[in-house]
Design a protein around this ligand. Structure first.
Ligand code: AMP
Ligand code: GLY
Length: 422
């Protein structure tokens, strides 16, 4: 097969790495890719916002499958436009990507299908929002409605903090994404990420994963895109996975099909394990980053079979095999992330840290001749497998310590919940 993968993060390096192992892969392009994908595929500069140009490239290069990594192009309708040009695409339509693009859309679907989620109300003006907030009290969660690059959510411990977040949204801190605001009940419990590959009708669940969203050890500091992850996450027992499938994933897929906008691609449910069972925090319509990196380390089956099955409505016969044990990834980020950070600093030893069962996925890197440079906030994802989470953790941190990048930092406690429950 000839494949085009869209994206440039650690998720895309992991997807490219897994596809490159397939006997079925003839040629893989990544647009734009990074310093890691350059080793397993051909990076190309394509204007992903220009859907006609992407379609023309695919036709010229006889592309059999397009895999869309990030949410931005999906919400912009790239899957619709490429399908209209006759291409097979892994990723949801613009209508189905609203599950990630609009929190209000998802809340309405939850109401319609009886999906357990936080109580909420939605506002497009400050005064009624403030009145509702004072009525509800704290803790409470304030969310900008649209895509805000992971920064539009405030879990407020006090009314004052919640008010400040509301004012910030309506003052335009998130642009159009903050023109409508959702105020939500604060769910209590441990979080997990559950991924369901779908072809519009059939569902294949991947092992549950857990991410670490806060920047610093002990889950302190600002929210980030994710500082590390591991899978499987023991907090999601088989019984909880089954419940989440029945009460959250299946009704969402049924509801989208009933609306005439079936969901294909990967549905990512961010879940809270509350005292009453799993509740939905949010859906995303793509693989998680860095959750994807650990899932790809565990996957023994051919990733292309799964992605192609979802893209072409033939997922039913595909049942992936997973290796035993645990995979864990540690994100190396530029000092200062998720705030301002320096770019262009040199990294040494990243390739040499790879070994059997250890894989360094690149996120924000570029190669300049033999040198590797940091180009983003999250830069490397040092990923390892082990027979249990403690072993995977020890191997990942040994590899972290073999990489020389003075301008980088990482959390030292990725996997702590699972290690302490071992
Ligand atoms: P998001 O950007 O929507 O992924 O949200 C970021 C983080 O905010 C989530 O991973 C949760 O930790 C937290 N969060 C979002 N909504 C809620 C909620 N209703 N209750 C508790 N925590 C939440
Ligand atoms: N790691 C969480 C996300 O990709 O949104």
């Amino acid at each position: 097969m000839r494949v085009l993968l869209i994206g440039s993060g650690g998720r895309e390096h992991a997807l490219a790495w897994a596809m490159a192992k397939s006997d079925r892969l003839e040629k893989l392009f990544v647009a734009p890719g990074n310093g890691g994908t350059a080793l397993v595929a051909e990076n190309i500069a394509l204007d992903v916002a220009d859907h006609d140009a992407v379609a023309a490239f695919c036709q010229r290069e006889l592309i059999d499958l397009v895999v869309v990594g990030p949410e931005g192009p999906l919400v912009a309708g790239i899957a619709d436009d490429l399908r209209a040009a006759g291409l097979a695409v892994f990723g949801p339509s613009k209508a189905a990507a609203q599950l990630e693009g609009s929190k209000a859309f998802t809340k309405a679907l939850c109401d319609e299908m009886g999906i357990p989620t936080a109580r909420y109300a939605r506002f497009d003006a400050l005064d009624p929002a403030l009145a509702y907030l004072r009525e509800q009290g704290a803790p409470i969660v304030i969310k900008a409605d649209g895509l805000a690059a992971g920064k539009g959510v405030t879990v407020a411990g006090t009314i004052e903090a919640a008010e400040a977040a509301l004012r910030e949204c309506f003052d335009g801190a998130f642009g159009n994404a903050g023109a409508e605001v959702v105020i939500e009940e604060c769910l209590m419990g441990e979080e997990a990420s559950l991924f369901a590959v779908c072809d519009g009708e059939h569902i294949t669940l991947l092992p549950p994963a857990q991410d670490h969203k806060r920047a610093y050890d002990g889950d302190e500091g600002p929210n980030t895109g994710g500082m590390g992850a591991y899978a499987p996450a023991p907090v999601m027992t088989d019984a909880l996975v089954e419940r989440a499938l029945r009460e959250i994933i299946e009704p969402a897929i049924r509801g989208m099909a009933a609306r005439g906008t079936p969901f294909s691609g990967v549905l990512f449910a961010g879940l809270m394990m509350t005292a009453e069972g799993p509740k939905l925090i949010e859906f995303n319509t793509r693989f998680g980053d860095p959750e994807c990196q650990v899932l790809m380390m565990l996957l023994e089956s051919d990733l292309l079979d799964i992605l192609e099955g979802a893209a072409t409505g033939r997922l039913a016969p595909v049942t992936p095999r997973w290796r035993d044990g645990v995979a864990l990834t540690v994100v190396l980020a530029a000092k200062g992330y998720p705030g301002a950070y320096e770019k262009g600093t040199a990294i040494a030893g990243a390739d040499a840290a790879n070994s059997d069962g250890v894989q360094v996925f690149h996120a924000g890197t570029a190669r300049e001749g033999a040198a590797l440079k940091a180009t983003g906030g999250r830069v490397l994802n040092v990923t390892a497998v082990g027979s249990d989470v403690a072993e995977a953790q020890a191997r990942a941190y040994a590899a972290v310590d073999a990489i020389d990048w003075p301008e980088g930092f990482c959390r030292r406690d990725i996997g702590w919940r699972a290690v302490s429950s071992q």
